[in-house]
Design a binder for this molecule. Structure first.
Ligand SMILES: [Zn+2]
Length: 105
């Protein structure tokens, strides 16, 4: 449980409250986290795949260790694999080790 602040009166309230106990306003529910969305940072992935993609660093970053090792051994599939991964990441269709999409938040 985390603490958030009421939009109306600015007082601290619990994040599972449905109404503010201080001013009585109805609380807007926090944005529900998409279960299909990765918590990995999209921009970090873009930069890692661009600069260090030949070493599979972006694969390690998203938890795909086995793929990362293969990419090191093949130098990012001679650059082709690196390029494909980079394009997929930029387009928001790249998935992490849990199969969740890494997209620009
Ligand atoms: Zn309030």
């Amino acid at each position: 449980m985390a603490l958030i602040y009421c939009r109306e009166c600015g007082k601290q309230i619990s994040d599972n409250a449905v109404a503010c106990p201080h001013c009585g306003c109805t609380l807007v529910k926090p944005v529900v986290v998409d279960p299909n969305k990765s918590d990995k940072d999209w921009l970090t992935c873009v930069l890692l795949s661009f600069f260090l993609g030949a070493l599979g660093i972006h694969s390690f970053y998203v938890g795909k260790t086995a793929i990362g090792i293969v990419q090191i051994l093949t130098l990012g599939g001679c650059g082709i694999w690196q390029l494909i991964d980079f394009i997929m990441i930029v387009c928001g269709s790249y998935r992490d080790a849990d199969g969740k999409l890494i997209i620009n938040k």
